[in-house]
Write a protein that binds this ligand. Structure first.
Ligand code: AMP
Ligand code: TRP
Length: 342
């Protein structure tokens, strides 16, 4: 079996660890929707097993899982075109994840910059799962023999680790090309959306202040207020992209505008170069409201019918398992694991 014989297959995921942000939308979900229309088989998961690498309140996790699913659906993921499910309902991920824990090397995990950032000075007290999670992410991808992985910039190193795990597995077990070498797809002007109050930090679900991020469920007034108060510098927008090099906050807002309006950052500078923030920020707020308001309204509508979301996720998990189970069984055979059968 060679990787070249696989259909191009896309896999990506998002953790239900707090509300979805504009970073998730532009860096991930919007691009998942774009890939759905192309010549790929598309598989997307709500990565609940990843979320619990840090504490999640059990009373909220199911709701948060449904809300991420609603975010996918409301943004345009179509369950008749893509497979959409939550990771915990497809046990093959965790099963392959264990095998990959035995393939990946501790030295590789020690180089993961996201772990170092998240663990900080507290690295003795974080969960073992947080340390091992890139091996589970590799399993998420490789349990489908996926070839393309659309992600934001912060996940690039984990997709590269996935390639290392695939290569080592294939070599160690002399299973040439069994696991394909997947490509990270990190494209467009908003692969790293930054915090609105500090342009050196990524916009994330869990920052201290709600003012630093746009949530996909924010109402129009909140979105306008957050962009109005977003940190900038006193200069007007430059006439060329080069002029944004040393201006992280300004660059971030231009990139957000570009991604929302589906044009390049150059084109945005072409339109707004020389203008002050008094003109650009209201235009950005208006554009963001125009794009996000229908999505957040649809998320609310979907969340009123959790049984319908569960039904869609169940269909997705059955379709996912139909692909994953044969690959897991082949993997067990390659590794030499006995499964006595009746
Ligand atoms: P997470 O919320 O950590 O599960 O991330 C899910 C997806 O959203 C991943 O592909 C991330 O790279 C992407 N993502 C999260 N935050 C950002 C951001 N600030 N800018 C761009 N992409 C992001
Ligand atoms: N680990 C990713 C994040 O924290 C989410 C994720 C889980 C993922 N499984 C994945 C992304 C598989 C791509 C492929 O952002």
């Amino acid at each position: 079996m060679t990787a070249a014989t696989h259909t191009p297959r896309v896999l990506s995921g998002i953790k239900p660890s707090g509300g979805l942000t504009l970073g998730n939308y532009l860096g991930a979900i919007k691009r998942f929707v774009d890939m759905q229309g192309q010549d790929y088989e598309t598989i997307y998961c709500v990565a609940d097993l990843h979320a619990i690498t840090v504490w999640q309140d059990p009373a909220e996790l199911k709701n948060a899982t449904r809300e991420v699913a609603a975010g996918f659906l409301a943004s345009g993921i179509d369950p008749t075109k893509s497979i959409l499910f939550n990771q915990a309902s497809v046990p093959q991920h965790a099963e392959l994840g264990w095998i990959f824990n035995c393939v990946a090397r501790v030295g590789w995990m020690n180089r993961m910059t996201q772990f170092k950032d998240k663990a900080g000075k507290n690295s003795e007290a974080v969960s073992l799962g947080l340390y091992a999670y890139p091996a589970l992410m590799a399993a998420d991808i490789l349990i489908y023999h996926a070839t393309h992985v659309p992600v934001g910039e912060d996940q690039k190193q984990h997709v590269e680790l996935t390639r290392d795990i695939a290569t080592k597995f294939n070599n160690d077990f002399k299973a040439e090309n069994f696991f394909p070498l997947c490509e990270p797809i990190i494209e467009g002007p908003a692969t790293r959306v930054m915090n609105l109050r500090d342009g050196s930090k990524k916009m994330s679900k869990s920052g201290e202040s709600d003012m630093e991020r746009i949530n996909m469920t924010d109402d129009a007034d909140t979105i306008a207020k957050k962009f109005k108060k977003a940190k900038t510098d006193p200069e007007p927008l430059p006439e060329s992209l080069d002029g944004l090099k040393e201006r992280p906050e300004a660059r971030n807002l231009v990139n957000i505008y570009a991604a929302l309006s589906e044009q390049s950052s150059e084109a945005v500078i072409g339109e707004f170069g020389g203008e002050g923030w008094g003109k650009f920020k209201p235009a950005l707020a208006e554009l963001a409201v125009e794009k996000l308001a229908p999505i957040s309204a649809e998320m609310k509508r979907l969340m009123d019918d959790p049984a319908e979301i569960d039904r869609l996720l169940l269909n997705g998990s059955e379709a996912a398992q139909a692909i994953a189970e044969p690959i897991l069984q082949q993997t067990y055979d390659i590794v030499g694991l006995l499964r006595p059968r009746r």
